[in-house]
Structures are given as C-alpha cells and as structure tokens.
Design a protein around this ligand. Structure first.
Ligand code: PLP
Length: 396
C-alpha cells in the first residue's frame, strides 16, 4: 500500500530477521565458495575454515569449548537428538525416566512422548505455579533421592510464550548432586541472557539460528565433553562423527556471525534497552485495556523482549488477525493443532482457564524494535481490543 506505515514486527519469538552481517557472510558461500568441506581440493579447503570459525563463535556465546559444539538443522533437531541420545545412555545403566516441566516447547514434549509411546521411557512432569515459576521442590522430588532411575532432566531456560526464565543454575545443582544428565532448551534464551554452559555444569544445551538474527534451518547442540552421547545421525563422519551429512556451510557461517553479534549485544547492555521498551509497551496496554492481565507473575524473572497478556472476552487469534490488518505482527497463545485453535498448554499449566487462555496475545521485541514502533503498536492493540471486545459483547 503506497504511503502506508511500514509493518511493525513484534513476533521475534517466532523468528527474527537475519542480521545484514549474517546475510553478507552467507552470500559468497552460496555463490562462489560452494565447495564441500570434506573435499581434498581447494574448493573444500577454502570453506573448512568457515566451520571452525563459526564453531568458535558459537562456543564463545554459550560458554563452551568449540569441540563441544555440534551443528544441527535447528532447535528441534538439537532437542530431539539430546533426548534420544540421553535415553540411550540411560538404558545402559537401567535408567529410563525423563524429568521435564509442564510448559516445555512442543519440540521437547513430542520427543519425550515418542520415547514414552515406544516404551523406551517414562516421563515425570514437574508443574509450574500460577505465576509461571518452576516448582523446584517438586523437581527435586521428581529426581528422587539419588536419581538412579533418571536418564535425563530436560528443562527450558526461557519460555517461548511468557519469556519466564527457569533457575537453570539451581536445576543444574540438583541434577549434578545426583549425576543426572541435564538438557537445557536455550532456544529462547541465547542472545538474551548470559550463558555459561560449562560453568553452570550443563550436559546438553540446544540453540537455534533463526531466533537470534541468524538463518533458519541451522542450530547447534552443546554436548559436554565426556558425556559420550551417541551420534545424532549416522553418516559420513562429519562433525567429528557426531552428526553425519554434508555441512550446511552458509548456515553454519551465518549462525557463527549471529552468535558473535549476540555476544556484542549482550556486552553492550542490549537486553536491558529492549526490556525498557517491553515494559513501556506492557504498562500502556495494562493501563489502556480494561481487564487486561499479564500471563505470569509481575516479579517473575523473564527475558526482556517478551510480554504475554490476556484480554478477557477477546479471542487471541482474532486479535492477531485484526492486528495484522493494522500492520502489527504478533502471536496468540494458541497453537494451531489439527485445524482447531487449542489454548496454549503452557498457559493452561499456569492455571489459566481455557477461555481466558484463548484471549492471550504475545508481543516479542528484538534489538531492531524502536520506541516509535512500541508506541504505535500499543495504540493499535488497545484499539483492536476495544473493537473486538465490543463485537464479542454484542455477539457472545
Ligand atoms: N524450543 C523453543 C523454546 C522454541 O521457542 C522453539 C521455536 O519456536 C524451538 C525449541 C524449536 O526451534 P526450531 O524452530 O529451530 O526448530
């Protein structure tokens, strides 16, 4: 539409725009430097260094050793491989239980469900409280006194819907005391909070390129040295035999640059700047929309970029469509499952009723978000909530 204001992107937990530096790093590797890094000739050797450099950059962001980083096709593959591999390791010592939480991403839930259906695992799901905080005492009970039958504990660092952060260091201490391997889904945490995988005593940690201004279809799994995880994928010995398949060199290089930029952003206090914008947006909406509620406790630690609100009497999916017409990209708390809009399991797990959960709206900012965008989005959301609320009251 000529003259129309540019759209406002507030759905950064779904995906982010690849940074210009990321695209610049990838283009020559798609155009001219297309060699297979395993080739002995110059085409191969000219790109091998790209993988090494990217591995160093990813390791630096995660507080890991480069040798502990394996490139994958994204968060979902890293997670599935971590869970499958840890269960295989557990089987060797007669441990088959997975301890996880009620608010995990479908990538974690589905990988565990698959193992349970196949008869390879049992799951113990730890609840969260009404504010979204992890019940650490319940997690400790779930691990048992010695954790002997537990093959894996898998928890997310930052929730994709509410941004709420789990106390990973405390979970790690509980796991370490029982020698239970810990996997952390850090897909929504990387680039937003400082990560020290080694220092925190984590065994496995998953990240995804497209959530931190990198490309889609690339991710990484941190595997603590000495863990002995079986290969994620059999094949030609790539990734030190840990994941077969010709490497996605442009994606890997892009992820490396994205991680280097994320490290700079963290060091420069970027997340605090974003949190101030998020707080401004959230405060305006809570003020201007009668009955609006925050999903999660006001004092729950959370990533600075995310706000999740609910507007009673307003359908979240309808609100997202209305906002899209107004040029604001947001997300509802509903997951589109088999054609029906189901309320989000994560919000239900916080004790929010299905009707109220259907009124959820997630707005997620990025380092590109400006104050002007936040102010325009606040006005657009308030207007859309008012209109939809009126229609809903007339046609309940
Ligand atoms: N884990 C969390 C917390 C996520 O938010 C996502 C993506 O939405 C994933 C895992 C899956 O990552 P990917 O899209 O790279 O497969």
């Amino acid at each position: 539409m000529p003259g129309a204001a540019p759209p406002i992107y507030l759905d950064s937990n779904a995906t982010t725009r690849p940074a210009p530096e990321v695209v610049e790093a990838m283009l020559p590797l798609l155009r001219e430097r297309f060699g297979n890094p395993s080739s002995l000739h110059g085409f191969g050797s000219r790109v091998r260094g790209e993988i090494d450099r990217a591995r160093e950059r990813v390791a630096a962001l995660l507080g890991a050793d480069p040798a502990e980083i394996v490139f994958t096709s994204g968060g979902t593959e890293s997670i599935a491989g971590a869970i499958r591999g840890a269960l295989a390791l557990g089987r060797r010592r007669g441990a088959r239980r997975v301890v996880t939480t009620a608010v995990e991403h479908p990538a974690v839930r589905a990988a565990i469900a698959l193992a349970v259906e196949a008869g390879d695992a049992e799951a113990t799901v730890v609840p969260v409280d009404a504010g979204g905080a992890l019940d650490l005492a319940a997690l400790e009970r779930a691990l048992g006194p010695d954790g002997r039958d537990v093959a894996l504990c898998s928890v997310m660092w930052a929730n994709n819907e509410t941004g709420i952060l789990f106390p990973v260091a405390e979970v790690a201490a509980l796991c370490r005391a029982r020698s239970v391997p810990l996997h952390v889904d850090a897909v929504q945490a990387a680039g937003k909070v400082a990560i020290e995988a080694r220092g925190a005593g984590l065994d496995l940690l998953s990240i995804s390129g497209h959530k931190l201004h990198g490309p889609k279809g690339i991710g990484a799994l941190y595997i603590r040295r000495g863990l002995g995880l079986p290969p994620l994928q059999p094949g030609g010995g790539q990734e030190g035999g840990r994941r077969g398949g010709t490497e996605n060199v442009p994606g890997i290089a892009g992820l490396g640059v994205a991680c280097a930029l994320a490290a700079e952003h963290l060091a420069a206090g970027g997340p605090e700047r974003i949190a101030r914008l998020r707080d401004r947006l959230e405060a305006r909406l809570l003020e201007s929309c009668p009955g609006a509620r925050r999903n999660g406790a006001a004092d729950a630690p959370r990533t600075g970029n995310t706000t999740s609100l609910r507007f009673p009497g307003v359908d979240g999916a309808g609100l997202v469509l209305e906002l899209s017409r107004e040029g604001v990209a947001a997300s509802s708390g509903s997951a589109c499952a088999s054609g029906s809009l189901e309320p989000s399991p994560a919000l239900l797990a916080m004790g929010i009723g299905p009707e109220e959960a259907r009124g959820a709206l997630r707005l997620s900012l990025s380092r590109e978000t400006t104050e002007d965008e936040v102010d325009r989005a606040a006005a657009a959301v308030a207007g859309a909530v008012r209109r939809l609320g009126r229609i809903e009251r007339r046609h309940p």
